[in-house]
Design a protein around this ligand. Structure first.
Ligand SMILES: Cc1ncc(COP(=O)(O)O)c(C=O)c1O
Length: 368
């Protein structure tokens, strides 16, 4: 199997740990270990202190899967498998698909959502939003269905645009998949990061028998360093195949991460609420800033932690981002990293130092 480089991750690899400021991160600041442990129950502290560092169970710790179960309407922990988010995406696609299949995926997208499918040899069609408002229309999706369409890949809240489906569109997507007997892999990594006064969508696994939900601790919880993700599905046969596939990858999760994830899952609000407040505060700063800036315009995100901001410039967005980081130390992610035509950069709202970065960015644009 051959797979193309993951452009976004390679761009982060180049700048993330050397740039002075990160303007485009999709995760919120990572919480400190002491913050996590401060929220642990007596029993969880005992688990942490008495932890032995051996192998863990392939499907994930039963206690952690019990804690995850409270957020889903599925029968039991047998409907849940734990691994890192990217690994679960990679394993799911390889388990479901082979080269004769057709796949529809949202676009622009986090590259692994289309690249893994391509590496298997599938043909891919892209479900794209209207760039005026980033609305995805289910009628456009239905037109992309082919006889051999086996999988639809969703990602709402959407990275990078901050788009979200309303209930009507979401129900229409499920109805289309059901009518054509198609799997839905729903990347819900930004689940519960709902910014506006809108209804939160249910996980796809709750409402669709061929639905697969992916969530994890990286974005909603501000705990990306744990590398914990989970799949939830009513299709237990599919999950068994994922567990077997994982034997060629990580085999099982890190024992310390499982205990820390358990504490976080049992204390969602302690992690989610400060993150959402930060995102909303930074977004309001950005709205004010953007209203006075001729060089950019944007559609405010409905959910998630990012926006895709249009640049009104002569150069390409990659040239813009390269120059920005070399002259100011501000790292931004250009639209080339999402394979998207047009001049955009992603802005991430999950960092405490956002107002300071925005000040520096403003000064730079004023002399651009
Ligand atoms: C839509 C989406 N899916 C999956 C991931 C992968 O999550 P992680 O970095 O925790 O593996 C990301 C990370 O940016 C993402 O944006």
């Amino acid at each position: 199997m051959k797979i193309n480089d993951f452009k976004l991750e390679r761009y982060f690899g180049k700048h993330e740990f050397t740039a002075k400021y990160l303007l485009s991160s999709s995760d919120c600041d990572g919480y400190e270990l002491s913050y996590v442990l401060d929220h642990a129950s007596k029993e969880e502290i005992q688990l942490w202190e008495n932890l032995t560092l051996g192998y863990t169970e392939s499907e994930g710790s039963p206690m952690l899967r019990e804690a995850i179960l409270q957020y889903y309407k599925v029968d039991s922990i047998e409907n849940i498998v734990i691994a890192s988010p990217g690994e679960l995406n990679f394993a799911s696609m390889n388990v479901i698909l082979d080269s004769k299949d057709h796949v529809i995926t949202v676009s622009p997208c986090y590259q692994s959502l289309s690249e893994v499918v391509k590496s298997i040899g599938c043909t891919v069609s892209y479900w794209t939003p209207n760039s005026e408002d980033w609305e995805f229309n289910s009628k456009d999706l239905e037109q992309l269905i082919q006889k051999n369409t086996k999988l639809i890949v969703l990602n709402f809240p959407h990275n990078p645009t901050g788009a979200y489906l309303n209930y009507k569109q979401f129900d229409a997507v499920v109805a289309i998949a059901r009518k054509h007997d198609i799997y839905i892999f729903s990347d819900e990594m930004y689940h519960k990061l709902v910014i506006g006064n809108i209804n939160e969508l249910p996980p796809i696994a709750d409402v669709y028998e061929k639905g697969i939900s992916l969530w994890g601790t990286s974005k909603t919880f501000g705990l990306a360093g744990l590398r914990t993700g989970w799949l939830v599905s009513k299709d237990k046969a599919f999950l068994k195949k994922v567990i077997a596939f994982k034997d060629y990858l990580s085999i099982c999760s890190s024992a310390p991460s499982e205990v820390l994830s358990l504490i976080a899952l049992n204390n969602l609000d302690a992690f989610l609420v400060p993150n959402l407040e930060k995102i909303k505060r930074n977004l309001s700063f950005f709205e004010r800033f953007a209203s006075n800036q001729q060089l950019l315009s944007f559609v405010p995100p409905k959910a998630g932690s990012t926006a895709f901001v249009k640049l009104h410039i002569e150069s390409s967005s990659l040239e813009f981002s390269d120059k920005l980081v070399s002259e100011t130390g501000i790292m931004s992610v250009p639209s080339e990293m999402f394979g998207y035509q047009g001049k955009y950069i992603r802005i991430g709202f999950g960092r405490d130092n956002f107002p300071k970065i925005l000040d520096e960015f403003n000064q730079y644009l004023n002399t651009y």
